[in-house]
Design a protein around this ligand. Structure first.
Ligand SMILES: [Zn+2]
Length: 455
């Protein structure tokens, strides 16, 4: 009798320890439900309102109640305040500002960002940011007088930020979410710099900035009509990489595995899993050729950041005076925005923010060993809140992660008969309910935390 009881007890112990090492479910059900809340009509209402301010040029009127960037910013603030009221005060609204002059800002001008902060419940120093720029322009970048509707550039990104705030503020997350509506982009990426510096001053550990700029048009000037693809641009090597780090990386690899790049891959994987008839085209460069955006100041500050942009742009609609010439209608008007498409892009942002803020932090101290061996060992530091870790690897020429192995609740994994020479490796931390961090490539090239601190 006693021995039977003992056996039952032992069997229970073994099965519960096996369960602890099993991979969590890999599709947290909350994500699908959150994404479904994004509403194309809400996006349309926001852009209609923004266009109604005539121009939102950075040098335009800041006093008028109806026209110019001041009125537009105050309206955005009032929206954030309304969402804050609906979530029992879960959003704190701040307006980081700097007075600047520059090539495109002849007189000292105050650059004001309107930012809502949703503090994380257990990990408030970890921060996920979404940004879009509220300022608009016409042909002459100094023209602050004529109508510059900026429906797509970047009313679309601004609408995505507000809609993300509306939807996500109805939920609670471990990490902090920051919704940034930026100014001064067209005059020299000033608003991104203002927010990146604010982040530094406040000690935010920014794990990703998702910068949405020109995300609403589906009729390309190249003749292609495509409502199924969004481009995600990401830098290959870190903007703030030191010469020493570059030297190490050139020899050992890592030129296609910055944390920004692995955030971009994270977005692509979420899209494939959760969105129907929608895909990410990963673009392996920081921005469109010869152009820039507000993700750049984040990268320069050492924060992972990506840019989302529609797949096929129409340059007759960007930075143009409103006019008709040779039968072509120029200008960034609201009829050029495809709201069903913008809703899909917004869903991707919302999915990524919810997933990142629910997941454990990306692992630190990631390293591999495997020289002169037929096995590869990957190591990392334990992450608070992680139920386990997933090791990923791929061929050195493959653009996205191909292989995966659950490592359980450990800080090391050995891949048998996988030669370190022939693959790139990474690891992500996974929560008990299945939220995974982005994959972290070993060493300084891939680390998400401060690049300046070497191992
Ligand atoms: Zn723009």
């Amino acid at each position: 009798m006693r021995s039977t009881l003992l056996l039952i007890f032992l069997a229970a112990t073994i099965s519960s320890s096996a369960a602890a090492n099993a991979p969590p479910p890999d599709e947290p059900p909350a994500l699908r439900e959150i994404a479904a809340r994004v509403d194309a009509d809400a996006l349309r209402a926001t852009i209609t309102q923004l266009v109604g301010f005539g121009t939102r040029h950075t040098l335009s009127d800041t006093v008028s109640k109806t026209r110019g960037i001041g009125a537009a910013r105050r309206w955005v603030q009032s929206r954030f305040e309304a969402y804050a009221k609906d979530c029992g005060g879960c959003l704190e609204i701040v307006t980081p500002a700097q007075t600047v002059t520059g090539q495109r800002i002849p007189k000292p001008t105050e650059i004001v960002d309107v930012v809502a902060i949703q503090r994380g419940t257990s990990d408030p120093d970890r921060v996920i940011v979404i940004t879009g720029h509220i300022d608009s322009r016409v042909t002459d970048v100094m023209d602050a007088k004529h109508d510059a509707p900026g429906a797509n550039d970047d009313g679309s990104g601004t609408a995505a930020v507000l809609e993300a705030a509306r939807v996500l503020s109805q939920h609670k997350f471990a990490a902090t979410l920051v919704y940034g509506v930026l100014s001064g982009e067209e005059q020299g990426l000033y608003g991104g710099k203002v927010l990146a510096e604010y982040a530094k001053q406040h000690g935010w550990q920014v794990e990703a900035d998702l910068n949405n700029d020109i995300v609403g048009n589906t009729h390309g000037q190249d003749g292609v009509i495509d409502n199924t693809i969004v481009r995600v641009f990401s830098e290959g090597t870190k903007s703030n990489e030191t010469l020493e780090q570059a030297k190490y990386r050139r020899y050992h690899g890592g030129e296609v595995d910055s944390p920004s790049r692995n955030v971009a891959r994270y977005l692509a994987e979420l899209t494939d899993r959760y969105l129907t008839n929608f895909h990410v085209r990963l673009v392996y460069r920081t921005d469109r050729y010869g152009r820039g955006g507000d993700q750049v100041p984040f990268l320069e500050a050492g924060y992972p950041a990506v840019r989302l942009t529609e797949a096929h742009e129409d340059y007759t609609r960007q930075h143009q005076d409103l006019r008709t010439k040779d039968g072509i209608r120029y200008g960034d008007t609201i009829d050029g925005v495809d709201f069903a498409y913008l809703a899909q892009v917004t869903r991707l942002n919302v999915l990524a923010m919810a997933a990142l803020a629910s997941a454990p932090a990306p692992p630190r101290g990631v390293a591999i060993e495997g020289a002169v061996s037929s096995d590869t060992t990957i190591k990392w530091d334990a992450v608070a809140g992680a139920a386990g870790y997933r090791v990923r690897w791929r061929d050195t020429t493959a653009p996205e992660w191909q292989h995966s192995q659950w490592a359980g609740d450990a800080t090391t994994a050995t891949l048998k008969n996988i030669v370190a020479d022939d693959s790139f490796f990474g690891v992500s931390a996974v929560s008990a309910d299945g939220y995974a961090s982005p994959v972290v490539f070993p060493g300084d090239a891939g680390r998400f935390d401060d690049n300046a601190k070497t191992h």
